[in-house]
Structures are given as C-alpha cells and as structure tokens.
Design a protein around this ligand. Structure first.
Ligand SMILES: NC(=O)c1ccc[n+]([C@@H]2O[C@H](COP(=O)([O-])OP(=O)(O)OC[C@H]3O[C@@H](n4cnc5c(N)ncnc54)[C@H](OP(=O)(O)O)[C@@H]3O)[C@@H](O)[C@H]2O)c1
Length: 170
C-alpha cells in the first residue's frame, strides 16, 4: 500500500495559523480533491475540526487519543491502527492530510510525497518538520507563477512536486 503525504507549506515550512490554512490556491485544492477522492484519508482531530465537515467520496479517518466521535468518520487511536484499517479495506494509496502532529508521527511510514511549496513568508503557529530530500527521488515538478488582479496578488506563486521514497520498505 502506498502511504502518501499531501501538504502545502510556506517558505519557512509554515502550514497553519489559528487552526486554519494560510492561503487559498484554487488549483491546488482541486489537485487535492482529484488525488484523494475514492481513497482513505487520515487526519488529526484538530485538522478535522478546522475543515469542519466530512470530505465526501473519501473514507475519513480521524486520529485522536480520546474517544472522539462524529458520525460518518472513523476514529483511530494510533497511526498503526489507522494504517491497518486501510490495509484491511484493501486500499492502494492512503493519504495523510495533516496537520503537523500527524505528519510528524506518520512520516516514518510515508513512501510518497505530494508537496505544494507556496511563496509565503507570513506568520504561522504550526510548522511542518523540514524534509531531508536525500532519501527521496523527484517524479514531477511544476512551477506556477504569482497571479495579479487589480494590482494586488490574487494567488501566490507555488511549486507542486511529487517525490518517491528511495528504498521504501512499506
Ligand atoms: N497546509 C497544509 O497542507 C495543512 C494540512 C492540514 C492541516 N493544516 C493546518 O495544521 C493545523 C493543525 O495541525 P496540528 O498539528 O495543530 O493538529 P493535528 O495534527 O491536525 O491534530 C492533532 C491531534 O491529533 C491527535 N493525535 C496526535 N498524536 C496522536 C497519536 N499519537 N495518536 C492518536 N491521536 C493523536 C490528538 O487529538 P486529541 O487531542 O483528540 O487526542 C491531537 O490533538 C491547522 O492550522 C491546519 O489548518 C495545514
């Protein structure tokens, strides 16, 4: 089973502020939707509360150390339990969708990365741990320029890339 991480981060590895995302990039959100629909997705309880709804056409798994309950989601108490659940359901590719705590604890299991690096220098309170790309091979890189509207930045510049883990054992 592929265990993929999908994340958008700024120039200083920022990913969130006040339990919200830091930017709005419509095309990137569409990529997220197209990639994850039909699959299991795993997220932390805080990310689930920040999205504030079940993401449709996906099996939503929420990680919590408590007995967190919400209809239409599956709660797991550990990443291992969540991954076993996906394997039992014969998932081909599961997506770890955040936030920082869940990226960190699942990183050792991850064998594919879908990264959106945003040209954002603003403040944040949640950060992704830096990725050391030495053990990763780039499959794809796309550059997207800043989009202006009425002399204001409408969409920040962003780079989308896909990496595969070298010598993956999972
Ligand atoms: N830019 C992006 O791509 C992106 C993607 C996703 C999220 N975000 C942002 O990231 C921020 C949220 O991230 P976060 O790190 O604060 O929270 P989070 O990772 O979404 O959720 C943290 C929660 O996960 C549960 N958890 C943590 N470790 C666990 C373990 N070992 N076993 C079981 N459950 C565990 C705990 O829930 P309990 O407290 O219930 O035990 C914990 O409070 C928000 O700002 C969000 O917008 C950004």
């Amino acid at each position: 089973m592929l265990i993929s991480m999908i994340v958008a981060y700024g120039n200083n590895w920022q990913i969130g502020l006040n339990n919200k995302l830091l930017w709005y990039i419509k095309e990137d959100l569409k990529k997220f939707k197209d990639l994850t629909q039909g699959h299991h997705i795993i997220m932390g309880r805080k990310t689930f509360l920040s999205i504030n709804k079940v993401l449709n056409k996906r099996t939503n798994i929420v990680l919590s150390k408590t007995n967190f309950y919400h209809e239409d989601i599956h709660t797991c108490n550990s990443i291992k339990e969540a991954l076993d659940f996906c394997k039992k359901n014969k998932e081909r590719e599961v997506f770890i969708i955040g936030g920082a705590e869940i990226y960190e604890l699942s990183f050792p299991y991850i064998n594919k990365l879908y990264l959106t690096q945003v040209n954002y220098d603003g403040i944040a309170d949640t950060y992704l741990q830096k990725i050391n790309f030495k053990s990763w091979l780039c499959e794809k890189k796309e550059f997207h320029k800043e989009v202006m509207q009425n002399e204001k930045v409408k969409t920040l510049a962003w780079t989308y890339s896909i990496y595969n883990k070298l010598h993956s054992t999972h």
